[in-house]
Design a protein around this ligand. Structure first.
Ligand code: NI
Length: 263
């Protein structure tokens, strides 16, 4: 069996002391590759650096909507330089966060649009963060023609209707720890509904650990718990689910994975 964690932040300080063990546990749980996702220039740089250290690591570079108010003139040019480096498979995370509103909405929207344009100029798929901003996310994806590069709504938190609209725009949907939470009835319906060729899995480690690890530091090894829950909801086996989600991740992000890893 092989799983791909399509969204993790192993550059986080919480992994500084035991990254090697985290990787070992990931391999033991069948996770053969992971995409570390940047949320500002400095974390994006660290994602690229990490990707040069292990064949299990790929990188995404981007600026989170939380940072929109702090972004300097040169930020997009620097992001572009980083994206041209090795093992960068996507631009992100980018998007809108109307839950925390750490940055004014108009600045979040502007930064989101600029990063979509950059992704299109680089022909890289995008990793979208959406919290309480479904309508505006759809509007911007549509207006900017993001469909030409495609991408994923990461840690999906919408309902069936929103899922259907994201799918019709050509996007993938990625499920994370919250699908295992007992109060996630809406996500259970989404998990059942997503077509097999559009579904991805992720941990978003160190955040949002799935049941039975809820409340702890999350790590890629726990992706198996997400996969088990989603397989149950879809009335399929973990093996079949991992086969299709791994195939989807490889295709969307054009991952070149050494066959001997995690075998
Ligand atoms: Ni994230």
């Amino acid at each position: 069996m092989s799983l791909i964690d399509t969204h993790a932040h192993l550059t986080d300080n919480r992994f500084a002391h035991d990254l090697d063990e985290v990787l070992l546990r990931a391999e033991e749980s069948g996770v053969r590759a992971m995409i570390n996702v940047g949320y500002d220039l400095s974390s994006s740089r660290r994602c690229v650096a990490l990707a040069s250290k292990s064949e299990m690591f790929f990188a995404a570079v981007g600026i989170h909507p939380h940072e929109a108010a702090k972004v300097g003139e040169q930020a997009l040019a620097q992001l572009r330089q980083l994206a041209l480096g090795g093992n960068v498979v996507a631009l992100g995370e980018m998007g809108l966060d109307y839950y925390y509103n750490h940055s004014p909405r108009n600045l979040q929207q502007e930064l989101f649009r600029r990063q979509i344009r950059l992704a299109k100029s680089l022909s890289l798929p995008i990793i979208v963060h959406d919290r309480d901003a479904h309508e505006d996310v759809l509007t911007i994806l549509g207006e900017e023609g993001a469909e030409t590069v495609g991408g994923v709504l990461h840690c999906f938190s919408g309902n069936l209707n929103f899922a259907a609209r994201c799918l019709s725009l050509g996007f993938h949907i990625s499920l994370a720890g919250p699908v295992t939470f007992s109060n996630s009835k809406g996500l259970a319906a989404v998990a059942e509904f997503i077509p097999s060729d559009r579904l991805l899995l992720e941990t978003d480690a160190p955040y949002l650990a799935p049941v039975p690890y809820r409340g702890k530091r999350n790590e890629p090894a726990y992706l198996l718990a997400v996969a088990e829950k989603v397989a149950t909801l879809r009335r399929t086996t973990v093996k079949e689910l991992s086969d299709c989600t791994t195939e989807n991740a490889k295709k969307l992000f054009k991952l070149e994975i050494k066959e001997n890893i995690g075998a």
